[in-house]
Design a protein around this ligand. Structure first.
Ligand code: NAP
Length: 303
């Protein structure tokens, strides 16, 4: 890593918790690859200190900040300007400092679209089944509407949140049908129709999480994307593969949203391969830890 000196400029992430985040690894690898005197650090910021922390960005000379759980929506009120896209999504994951002003962006949706494209998936005219209606689901859905999908079916446990997202998408969509379902049993059969199933709930992060969607309802011609990123493959993606479907893992979205953020902050093309390789080494290291934990749980009779 580039040595810290009087020339070092600071970037980082505000969230709570931040102990699990892969972002410092990815961004510091990018800075190193381009020999930039920049450093990216995690800041654990609890909700009562969000306002003070955002107010400290300018006086401390911080050049850019990522925002993660639980601040993506509440941070909007503390910024000087929010892009049209972030405003439609209702969430910000990147703050850019421009001439002393704090500008809020959201790179999650575009990151997701780039990861689809990298996997050879172009969803124009497709049906989308979206699981969850939180911040990440909103970002992904707004981008998919922009990409010309024909239908979005939102499946979420909190009806109000799903309805709010459906209203946003209907206002943005030019002809796409948008609906909300509360149960998989209500999913209309559309055999052979190109379909993208997306998990935008946190289910799959914990070892004992249930599947967010019944495996037997997945059809072989579907593409299944999980935005949960895991050191290995999530149970949903393993199930989708068993059903013969193509899969898109969440690490791609994470990598590409970071690359877009890097481009916003530095004005340079992101060194994607250096970032990918750092993310992959991080996953390999933590996979060992997670497998050891899994084995220990097995020996201790927890599984
Ligand atoms: P969020 O705003 O809290 O939304 C989560 C959504 O999932 C809500 O609709 C929530 O429903 C639903 N949900 C939560 N627990 C559930 C459960 N046990 N069963 C069914 N539904 C459940 O979170 P978010 O920011 O959208 O993040 C969602 C996931 O995406 C997280 O795992 C996050 O790490 C991941 N993510 C990945 C990337 C990436 O780059 N790969 C980027 C952003 C986020 P309620 O409204 O009822 O709570």
């Amino acid at each position: 890593m580039t040595a810290v000196s009087g020339q070092t400029r600071l970037f980082g992430i505000f969230g709570d918790p931040v102990g699990h985040t892969l972002s410092p690894t990815i961004h510091n690898a990018a800075f190193d690859a381009l020999h930039l005197p920049y450093l990216y650090v995690p800041f654990r910021v609890s909700p009562q200190f969000l306002s003070a922390s955002v107010a400290a960005i300018l006086p401390l000379g911080i050049r850019g900040i990522n925002i993660t759980i639980p601040h993506k929506e509440t941070v909007l009120a503390h910024l000087d300007h929010v892009t049209e896209e972030a405003s439609a999504i209702g969430a910000v994951n990147t703050i850019e400092v421009v001439s002393g002003r704090l500008i809020g962006h959201n790179t999650d949706g575009k990151g997701f679209m780039r990861s689809l494209s990298e996997s050879g998936v172009s969803p124009m005219g497709w049906r989308v089944i979206l699981l969850g209606a939180g911040g990440a689901a909103r970002a992904v859905a707004v981008s998919l509407i922009g990409a010309g999908v024909s239908e979005v079916i939102i499946m979420a446990r909190t009806r109000d949140r799903a309805d709010k997202l459906a209203d946003t998408l209907s206002a943005l969509s030019q002809g796409a049908s948008v609906s909300v379902l509360t149960s998989t049993h209500m999913l209309p059969e559309k055999q052979g129709y190109p379909t993208l199933l997306i998990n935008a709930t946190p289910l799959g992060m914990k070892d004992d999480d249930p599947l967010p969607f019944p495996a037997t309802s997945i059809e072989p011609h579907w593409v299944v994307a999980d935005i949960v990123y895991s050191t290995g493959e999530t149970p949903l993606l393993m199930a989708a593969k068993r059903m013969g479907a193509r899969t898109v893992p969440g690490t791609g979205m994470l990598l590409h949203q970071a690359a877009i953020t890097f481009e916003i902050w530095t004005g340079r093309p992101a060194p994607l391969e250096a970032m990918r390789s750092a993310a992959s080494s991080w996953c390999d290291t933590h996979k060992g830890v997670s497998e050891n934990r899994h084995e220990r749980r097995e020996t201790e009779g927890h599984l």
